[in-house]
Design a protein around this ligand. Structure first.
Ligand code: ATP
Length: 478
């Protein structure tokens, strides 16, 4: 059930809801299309993704600094960036059932490609409405994806603002301030993590295409002429990063955009793609954007955004390489990749993985086996790293000893405390949460000061001295 294509999104969504990874937004009011909420486990998962990115892209490097800019910016920013005029998707309506679609997605789903002309878009012949089958569709027309709002008490054109559709522009408009304060020389980067909003025509594939989502963006400023080598460098770095959070290289791919499909200012763009159950789709785009953004903001603001190289006495507008990733899409890829249904020997929780069989959808569970669902997250992103259980909840000395161990472990890792139900049930709950290790405190703990450490994937249990537990976890969770 884990191979891409066999996992059903509704099965994953059911687990996500049951275990508290992802909930439909405003569910008690019937939900709202394109918006999702992350529960206790999901919010930890997202936090770990952001943390892993920030660690590797900002903190562990000498040449990148962070920034945190506001969601609402001066409206001229979006004129300069081209979003007011051009941040639009082609939209078509079915004249028969009135359903609305994103024209390029509609064509792709029917094995065709939307025709681009100098003046807009044209639908290929034969495209039909997936809902009612009618071929009576409107011609595609541009639909701007920016959400609008107003600042202050008067709602008119003069107070119109936009919710940012990307975090990148906050970086460009603060380029000078960062340059003046961060003591960086080119090449160097500015990174930002934050919410972005797009009024997508068809939010779909669970959280994959949402109207509110989170981006992790780096603008890496370079000397003009070094674009190709730096673009190559960042593509390689970013691909490696995805394997460091547990996505297998066999499910990751690069999609190199052909020159004719690039924006006029871009010299290269490569997407990092993941094999989702609904097909191969983008996790991140890495673009070489030339000096377009800084030049546009200099033009619209009247403030030059240049760099003076003191060593060579050169004054130039830096070029930029932009790796731009989505937290929610990465979370979804990690959830899809982690999900696994197994059949394990009944009542033998220490039987080890040798006893576990990958479940075959639709087939009955073999005799003397029971199903288990396990989320095999890499420890780096697992929402909970260790769960601690006292064997029995009505033995105060066990509970007190376990609580002491729990308090010690939680100073370093996100830990879960569970006293209710049979130990086997508690293991199963942690399997579904994706917790790599469970520590059980039993009567031997009281006499010999040892605990049982149970491994999520192999289900093997080993006895460890309490004094060695912290070091063992540090080594395994690294
Ligand atoms: P798409 O072609 O899928 O609409 P895009 O190429 O427009 O995406 P970018 O503008 O390059 O996307 O955004 C960078 C990243 O932000 C994407 O790789 C993705 O991870 C994330 N992202 C963009 N739009 C959405 C969305 N609607 N929901 C979730 N994540 C998104």
């Amino acid at each position: 059930m884990t191979e891409a294509g066999t996992l059903k999104l509704d099965v994953l969504a059911a687990l996500c809801k049951r275990r508290g990874f992802i909930f439909p937004n405003s569910e008690i009011y019937g939900g709202i299309n394109g918006f999702w909420d992350y529960g206790p486990l999901g919010s930890e998962l997202k936090r770990n993704i952001r943390e892993a990115w920030w660690q590797d892209v900002v903190r562990r490097r000498d040449d990148v600094v962070g920034i945190d800019t506001a969601i609402i910016m001066h409206p001229k920013v979006w004129e300069a960036s081209g979003h007011v005029a051009g941040f639009a998707d082609p939209m078509v309506d079915c004249k028969s059932c009135k359903k609305r679609y994103r024209a390029d997605n509609l064509c792709e789903d029917q094995g065709q490609e939307l025709v681009r002309t100098d003046t807009g878009f044209v639908l290929p012949a034969g495209i039909s409405c997936p809902a009612c089958g009618s071929k009576d569709l409107t011609e595609p027309r541009a639909f701007n994806l920016m959400f609008e709002s107003n600042t202050g008490p008067v709602k008119d054109d003069s107070s119109r603002v936009y919710l940012r559709p990307e975090t990148a522009q906050g970086i460009f408009v603060q380029f000078d301030n960062v340059l003046a304060t961060a003591r960086q020389k080119i090449p160097f980067g500015i990174a930002q993590v934050g919410k972005a909003f797009r009024n997508e025509i068809n939010p779909r594939n669970y959280t994959f295409r949402s109207r509110e989502f989170e981006q992790m963006e780096l603008e890496f400023f370079i000397k003009p002429g070094t674009d190709t080598e730096w673009h190559k460098y960042w593509v390689e770095e970013r691909l490696k990063w995805y394997t460091s959070i547990g996505l297998p290289s066999s499910s990751l791919h690069l999609d190199v955009h052909p020159k004719e499909k690039l924006a006029h200012y871009a010299s290269a763009c490569t997407d990092v793609m993941y094999d989702f159950p609904f097909g191969r789709q983008e996790l991140e785009g890495i673009a070489a954007r030339g000096c377009f953004d800084l030049t546009q903001h200099a033009k619209f603001s009247g403030k030059p955004l240049n760099y003076f190289d003191q060593e060579t006495n050169e004054n130039f507008v830096p070029h930029v390489i932009e790796p731009s990733a989505g937290v929610d899409r990465i979370a979804l890829a990690l959830l899809c990749n982690a999900y696994r249904e197994e059949w394990v020997p009944k009542g033998k929780d220490d039987s080890g993985s040798a006893g576990a069989i990958l479940a075959e959808p639709g087939k009955p569970v073999p005799e003397a086996h029971e199903p288990r669902t396990v989320m095999r997250f890499h420890p780096r992103v697992a929402p909970v790293k260790v769960a601690v259980f006292p064997l029995l909840k009505n033995k105060p000395e066990l509970v007190a000893k376990a609580r002491g161990i729990f308090e010690d472990l939680r100073t370093d890792w996100s830990c879960f405390w569970d006293v209710t139900g049979a130990i086997g049930r508690r293991y199963r709950r942690q399997d579904e949460a994706g917790t790599p290790y469970c520590v059980t405190v039993d009567f031997d703990t009281l006499s010999a000061d040892t605990v049982t450490v149970r491994d999520r994937d192999s289900m093997k249990q080993e006895r460890i001295a309490v004094s060695e537990l912290h070091d063992l976890m540090r080594e395994r969770l690294r």
